[in-house]
Write a protein that binds this ligand. Structure first.
Ligand code: KG4
Ligand code: ZN
Length: 346
């Protein structure tokens, strides 16, 4: 797929607890990206409180869209198409972004493209800051590891918008495991960044936590690891009042990273992938980024940190690639809270 028609896409993303809007040119050049995070609001609940999230989106979505346009020094007249996250995500949250995007489409007459959030995460690897040197676009066949709070899966991409799901998690997603273990270690929410921070001062080899290799499959499993950390914590608490939190965090993080890394490399070899792509919230993890960057068998694409966790630039990029291939949604589309990537269709 070469020589796609040029287009400037404005995208809205409200699938979980971030209200986001971004403008991206030709699926790659980031003109603006605004993310209003609700993290502090949900931190007191130890996780996302769905009803609070949707009401917060109602408050934030209009100013966030206005800010994205202002940051790019553009008006809606400069936009060629709109994209919106259609799912998966929290229904009440998705509805807010969807209605905003439909309102913009009605008001301007611009075409609207409904985008799968997971497809968006993968496309974050195509985006670069406008003005930066243009990094090479990922090349197919591409082995794509998607690791977020709700999903962990390995997909082979043989072309744009084409996903062959090779494996996924049998239980907890990688990000979910980080969040649950962080709670167990009484570290802050969200768990990924707080485990990473604690792990920096810890010994990753102190505790020998299990790795679920699930030989012969490309699936993942993290619940055994989580239980093993729980048992270790219980034993340690019998012996002392203070937990070696840094060593526990570092050993846990290493167990997750080892599995994600080795299974991705093995799958890339097995399926003859040219390159590797790592995306989703957990791709912000420093240890994971380091291990992939330290090998030189496959070129690796990992989004910049600001585009790893939820944002709208990724939705704009995926929306562009859909729009350029003629995918436009009707204005009566519904949100799809459980929409798997395997069902997006080309
Ligand atoms: O992609 P994302 O922002 O939202 C979903 O679509 O789920 O991912 C959020 C997940 C959370 O579980 C969070 O703990 C994890 O990504 N995460 C990290 C890091 N930053 C965010 N996990 C490990 N290390 C990090 N630095
Ligand atoms: Zn996400």
């Amino acid at each position: 797929m070469t020589d796609l028609k040029p287009a400037r896409i404005l995208a809205v993303e409200t699938s979980c607890d971030e209200t986001a809007c971004a403008i991206v040119e030709n699926g790659r050049a980031l003109l603006s990206s605004v993310v209003a995070s609700q993290m502090e609001i949900h931190a007191r609940y130890g996780g996302v409180y769905p009803e609070v999230a949707s009401r917060q989106h109602v408050l934030s979505v209009t100013p966030v869209v206005e800010q994205a346009l202002a940051q790019a020094h553009l008006t809606l007249n400069d936009i060629d198409a709109l994209a919106v996250t259609q799912g998966p995500g929290l229904a009440g949250s998705l509805v807010v972004g969807m209605n905003m995007a439909k309102g913009l489409a009605l008001g301007t007459g611009l075409p609207l493209v409904g985008v799968n959030h997971l497809e968006g995460h993968l496309y974050s690897a195509w985006v670069y800051e406008a003005g930066d040197l243009v990094p090479p676009a990922p090349q197919f066949p591409l082995m794509a590891l998607l690791v977020s709070g709700g999903h962990s899966e390995l997909n082979l991409m043989t072309d744009h918008l084409t996903y062959q799901r090779l494996g996924s998690t049998l239980d907890d997603a990688a990000g979910e495991a980080f969040d649950k273990v962080a709670r167990l270690l009484e570290l802050g929410y969200p768990g990924g960044p707080s485990i990473q921070k604690a792990a920096e001062e810890g010994d990753p080899n102190r505790f020998k936590f299990p790795r679920a290799w699930l030989e012969g499959t490309h699936d993942f499993s993290f619940s055994g690891l989580k239980t093993s950390v729980l048992y270790e914590v219980r034993e340690l608490k019998k012996r002392s009042n203070t937990l070696p939190v840094h060593d526990l965090a570092a050993s846990f993080q290493k167990a997750v990273v080892d599995v994600l890394y080795k299974k991705t490399i093995n799958a890339a070899r097995e399926f003859g992938a040219k390159e590797i792509l790592v995306a989703g919230g957990v791709s912000a993890n420093r240890a994971l980024r380091q291990i992939f960057r330290a090998q030189n068998e496959f070129p690796v694409h990992i989004p910049p940190l600001s585009l790893c966790t939820d944002n709208a630039a990724m939705v704009a990029s995926a929306g562009y690639h859909r729009y350029a291939l003629g995918h436009v949604s009707q204005l009566d589309i519904d949100v799809l809270p459980t929409w798997p990537l395997s069902q997006v269709g080309v």
